[in-house]
Design a protein around this ligand. Sequence first.
Ligand SMILES: Cc1cc2nc3c(=O)[nH]c(=O)nc-3n(C[C@H](O)[C@H](O)[C@H](O)COP(=O)(O)O)c2cc1C
Length: 351
Amino acid sequence: MEAVTDLPFRTICEELGASLTFTEFLSAEALTRGAAKAVGRMWPSLGGRRFAVQIFGREPEALARAAGMAVDVGASIVDINMGCPAKKVTAGACGSALMREPTLAAALVAAVRRAVPAAIPVTVKHRAGWDECTLNAAEFARSLVDAGAAMITVHGRTRAQGFSGAARMEPIAAVRAELPREILVVGNGDVKDATAYLRMKNETGCDAVMIGRGAMGNPWIFRTLAALETGQPDPGPPTLAERRVVWRRHAALVLEHSPDKMRLHELRKTLAWYSRGLYGGSGFRQRSFSTADPAALHEMGEAFFAELEAFEVAGTRLVTVPADPIAKALARRNRREGDRSEADETCVAVS
Ligand SMILES: Cc1cc2nc3c(=O)[nH]c(=O)nc-3n(C[C@H](O)[C@H](O)[C@H](O)COP(=O)(O)O)c2cc1C
């Protein structure tokens, strides 16, 4: 995901059980021109773990060269994006716009297939179709596989839907039914918990599930699903101590790997994610904008978690509950005490 699946975030997801991570989509044109920003984002996973580099474009030659660059940095898979709905991408007839040009899309796959060693799978991610009138996922996927694609990921929305409405299961099921068994089909869209994961698998027959937004701030979703797949009990949501440990790890990865210019922003993002749903989180997030110094911000994060842990040591358990009478009572109390920042918290500390 653009501006999300950087090395620190992917590492956290991998360490919590994600079996494969993808870089954000990278413009083949930018990569081949040597644009430092794009080239710098082809971060290989740590510890030699396999990873996919996702590229996009519409020029076979550029895609082929970009794919070669991905292989050179150690990518185990080259994935081509044919699903992005963003205007900045479809205006150039790239991303999901390629679903309207199946012949060119297949030619792109063939060009990339020729450019990379046979051991490197070339894969594609696309949508259910361009709009309601062109729900062509199954035939589109078939032509990509005929051109050499080894795995297809389907996001069950059309380009016209963008990210609104619900992802549909039928287009993913249709792609699974259309393709030979040895071609893996990955279902994608709206999977944020084990129930949605099981529904996606059961209703579509897909071989794997790709998780995007559901992992942002909740990388523990991968350990839950890994437990499910291996017949282990669900470890459940993270304890406060686990949150703190993972935040620390994520922050350390940001401090070590993020480019200087991005460090403060990325660190703030980790704090926003891991403080979500915690008592005092919303006020803390506001305070996190009070410093522009990464070291000071890191200390604020440490202090935030330390304070909450002190609560727990005193026998208070932190739980996430929907806005309910307890939350409302707490919000009322906070308002009385003049702390308006907590009024909207849906998460409270209860003994
Ligand atoms: C901020 C953001 C950035 C995204 N960037 C990409 C991308 O670079 N490549 C891609 O294939 N999909 C990208 N997507 C789409 C997601 O991968 C995924 O298909 C979509 O969000 C639906 O799945 P989800 O409900 O699990 O998030 C992005 C989505 C979001 C919200």
